[in-house]
Write a protein that binds this ligand. Structure first.
Ligand code: PLP
Length: 405
């Protein structure tokens, strides 16, 4: 996998040749194949799905259902009916928190972790508040890993739902999902994995991972905004009530009541993001062709290089573990200097990074960092991008000397 060759597939780098784009964890850039799939679909095949009896609508329906099959293959699902299209990862978790709500009683426990993105925390907080359940969190160690002994202790309390991320968007930690899922299911919990950061970067096989639900974010994996695949075990989907209700998700409606459709339709009320799903399938194929093992190896090589270089910057604090369980994200800060000031300094040198709490306030609080600046890597980033970041940080160290504690 050669990032210099792949970069040519991404028109954004033609439009901005000097751009050092290190913010793919927020949202990735899109290859031409995905952009063309989207415009081609709108231009030549567009009609609403699952409704029309004419050829164009039937072809659009077929394209949408083919996209579901592609995403099922990409995720390692046994059956395409296990894939529900939602807008984004946030909607995926909200759908699950709503649909699983009937299984939670007052006094029950819902278990999350301290490293969760707010998308995999706030919906569970809300569910706990509405049901009278308690929300508990597995602590994060100083190195930025989950405390596995605490996880075992908390599991012994018999949580109804265990929800955790596959890869942290702040620390880059890749959690041992298969081990955690196996233990949590053995303890009787429904296991929800937030794969928003992992699905774009790691080879995946949800059937083997052993969770019950796996949440992804299409716009972070080269796809357009507005369509993401949410995987769940078919037998669970079949038992669960819908989240949103209305057209497209029913079997039969009278004025008094409704009978709901089988999954996945039960969870896709209204007109789904079918054009975006077709383009997302193109993104999945692009990643398969690039080689998902190769993409992760590339991310890891860049993050190793970044950690080695950034450690040399005097006073710069780095978050996250080192080792094979580290994905392509690095968050850092200079004590005393605001993360936004550092991000602005980098932006002035053509380096696009994110700054703030990255929707993980409890984690930042725990680690004693009010806010951080984050660089994240993907298949189109090069060693030169890492080197430019490191050089700019050395320059920032000198420039902000009076502020840095
Ligand atoms: C770990 C994690 N979960 C969930 C989300 C939310 O993703 P989306 O924008 O698709 O709702 C993000 C986005 O940054 C994330 O990093």
């Amino acid at each position: 996998m050669d990032p210099q060759v792949l970069r040519k597939d991404f028109p954004i780098f033609e439009a901005h040749p000097e751009l050092v784009f290190l913010d793919s964890a927020a949202s990735s850039q899109k290859p031409r194949a995905v952009l063309e799939a989207l415009t081609r679909f709108y231009a030549t095949r567009y009609a609403n799905v699952h409704r029309g009896g004419y050829a164009l609508s039937e072809a659009a329906t077929e394209a949408y259902e083919d996209a579901r099959k592609t995403l099922a293959r990409f995720l390692g699902a046994r059956d395409p009916r296990e894939v529900v299209f939602v807008r984004n990862a946030t909607e995926g978790v909200n759908l699950l928190a709503h649909a699983l709500g009937g299984r939670v009683d007052p006094g029950d426990t819902i278990l999350v972790t301290e490293m969760e993105h707010h998308a995999n925390l706030v919906p569970w907080q809300q569910l706990a508040a509405h049901t009278g359940a308690q929300l508990k969190a597995v602590p994060v160690t100083e190195e930025g890993r989950l405390d596995l002994e605490a996880f075992d202790r908390l599991l012994a309390e018999g949580p109804k739902i265990v929800a955790f991320s596959h890869m942290s968007n702040v620390l880059g930690t890749v959690n041992p999902v298969a081990e955690l899922a196996k233990k949590a299911r053995a303890a009787g919990a429904v296991v929800v994995v937030d794969g928003a950061q992992a699905a774009p970067h790691l080879p995946l096989n949800v059937a083997e991972l052993g969770a019950d639900f796996y949440v992804t974010s299409g716009h972070k994996m080269l796809g357009p905004t507005g369509a993401s695949a949410l995987w769940g075990r078919l037998e669970l989907w079949q038992e669960l009530p819908p989240f949103l209700t209305g057209g497209g998700m029913i079997e039969e409606v009278t004025l008094e009541e409704s009978r709901f459709a089988e999954p996945p339709a039960r969870f896709e009320a209204g007109t789904p993001p079918f054009a975006e799903a077709v383009a997302l399938a193109e993104a999945a194929r692009y990643l398969e062709n690039a080689g998902r093992e190769a993409v992760f190896a590339h991310d890891q090589a860049l993050v190793r290089r970044a950690l080695a270089k950034l450690k040399e910057v005097p006073g710069l604090k780095l978050l996250g573990p080192e080792g094979p369980d580290r994905g392509g994200v690095v968050s850092f800060y200079f004590p005393g200097l605001h993360a936004h000031d550092l991000a602005t300094f980098l932006a002035e040198r053509g380096i696009a990074v994110r700054s703030g709490h990255h929707c993980a306030q409890p984690l930042h609080r725990k680690l004693g960092a009010p806010a951080t600046t984050r660089a994240s890597f993907y298949l189109y980033n090069t060693e030169d991008d890492v080197d430019r970041l490191a050089e700019a940080l050395i320059e920032a160290r000198r420039f902000f000397d009076a502020w840095i504690a």
